[in-house]
Design a protein around this ligand. Structure first.
Ligand SMILES: Nc1ncnc2c1ncn2[C@@H]1O[C@H](COP(=O)(O)OP(=O)(O)OP(=O)(O)O)[C@@H](O)[C@H]1O
Ligand code: SF4
Ligand SMILES: [Mg+2]
Length: 345
């Protein structure tokens, strides 16, 4: 069956079906802080295809959320400014589109789920009303039909007895259930790309796993592209297809998830992997990455990871490492990517 680009609410003029679903190309974002320009994202590049799950992994402050805000078109401007790069959906650059076009793309083509469901939901409205509102505003759906669709979505995301819970308010749901409601809202307009920014951080481990499985199931059923943002590589091991590892605003390694677990090509990724608890290593002490993430206002010279890197040499403080590809579809921003990849470092 030939695939068509869904044009809900509005068309995406110039869309090219042969182009990747979503392409982030050398994205750069700066913040104006006390009269100074501070880089938050310094060249993020990755591609997402339909039906694939990309994990974006990195420590706090590495630029994961700012990247997703820029992709969604919800960056706080000012103080934030996109200073370079491109975000292409079906080949169409979104960064030069006006706010009205971006608004149509949000929800209809790209949707986002945030970490904190409680603050993202309106406490004064029932969840059914909040989901139904999306259909009424964006599709002109009638009240009764909007409520029926809301029940359908709540059911889809695993809210038991959805027909009776649709009139309940956010505070009447548990944290995990509220996160499911947020996912239902993000799915309402049938987006092609879903970004989940630390969707399970506030939840306990069992609920985390349930939400991950839910996202994965829906992603597969709807053939969506899913971006999972997390600081924990372990959480995404079973659900992601590809990984982009971010450090100090840059993507420093990018590859298939199995490949990254088997043969990391960047010392930072190696360190992240050593910090994952493993069931077969009970009693072994977890390694932590020494030192702190750098201050974006005064980044170390050369490779920004060098003060914390176990493999650093003099060259690392002097020269910015290039993007190297020790294997096909496996890139790393490290002078010694090849040696790290072959475990000689
Ligand atoms: N509104 C803002 N004003 C100034 N700086 C900001 C703003 N929002 C983010 N930043 C800065 O941009 C950088 C990247 O932040 P971002 O929120 O993307 O990190 P993150 O990787 O999502 O971290 P976390 O894991 O803590 O969510 C940080 O240095 C942060 O301080
Ligand atoms: S370039 Fe040097 S400091 Fe940077 S990650 Fe590679 S070995 Fe470590
Ligand atoms: Mg974040």
């Amino acid at each position: 069956m030939a695939e068509t680009i869904r044009v809900i609410g509005d068309t995406l003029p110039g869309a090219d079906l042969n182009a990747p679903l979503l392409e982030v190309d050398d994205l750069r974002v700066e913040f104006q802080v006390r009269g100074k320009r501070v880089p938050a994202v310094r060249g993020a590049s990755f591609t997402l295809e339909r039906g694939r799950t990309l994990a974006v992994v990195g420590e706090s402050g590495s630029g994961k959320s700012v990247t997703s805000q820029a992709v969604m078109g919800i960056l706080d401007t000012p103080p934030g400014h996109i200073t370079g790069g491109a975000v292409r959906l079906h080949g169409v650059d979104l960064l030069d589109k006006d706010e009205e076009t971006r608004r149509t793309i949000r929800g209809n083509h790209i949707a986002i789920v945030f970490q904190d469901a409680l603050s993202a939901l309106n406490p004064l409205w029932s969840v059914g009303f909040q989901i139904g509102e999306l259909f009424r505003v964006h599709r002109g759906t009638g009240r009764k039909e909007a409520r029926r669709r809301a029940v359908e979505l709540l059911d889809l995301v695993g809210i038991p007895d959805a027909a009776n819970r649709v009139g309940d308010y956010p505070h009447q749901f548990s944290g995990g259930m509220r996160q499911r409601v947020m996912i239902a809202m993000a799915l309402a307009l049938d987006p092609e790309v879903l970004i989940a920014d630390e969707p399970t951080t506030a939840l306990d481990v069992t609920v985390q796993a349930q939400i991950m499985r839910l996202l994965k199931r829906i992603q597969a059923e709807r053939n969506m592209g899913l971006i999972l943002i997390t600081h924990d590589l372990g959480v995404v091991a079973d659900v992601a297809d590809d990984v982009a590892v971010m450090y100090a605003g840059e993507v420093v390694e990018r590859a298939g998830i199995r490949e990254v677990f088997k043969r990391p090509a960047h010392p930072y990724t190696k360190a992240l992997l050593r910090a994952i608890p493993r069931v077969d290593a009970v009693g072994r002490e977890l390694e932590v990455i020494g030192g702190l993430p750098p201050n974006p206002a005064s980044l170390p010279s050369g490779c920004p990871f060098h003060p914390r890197c176990f493999a650093a040499e003099d060259k690392c403080a002097a020269e910015v490492p290039p993007w190297l590809e020790p294997a096909e579809n496996h890139g790393s921003r490290c002078h010694f990517a090849q040696e790290v990849y072959t475990d000689e470092r």
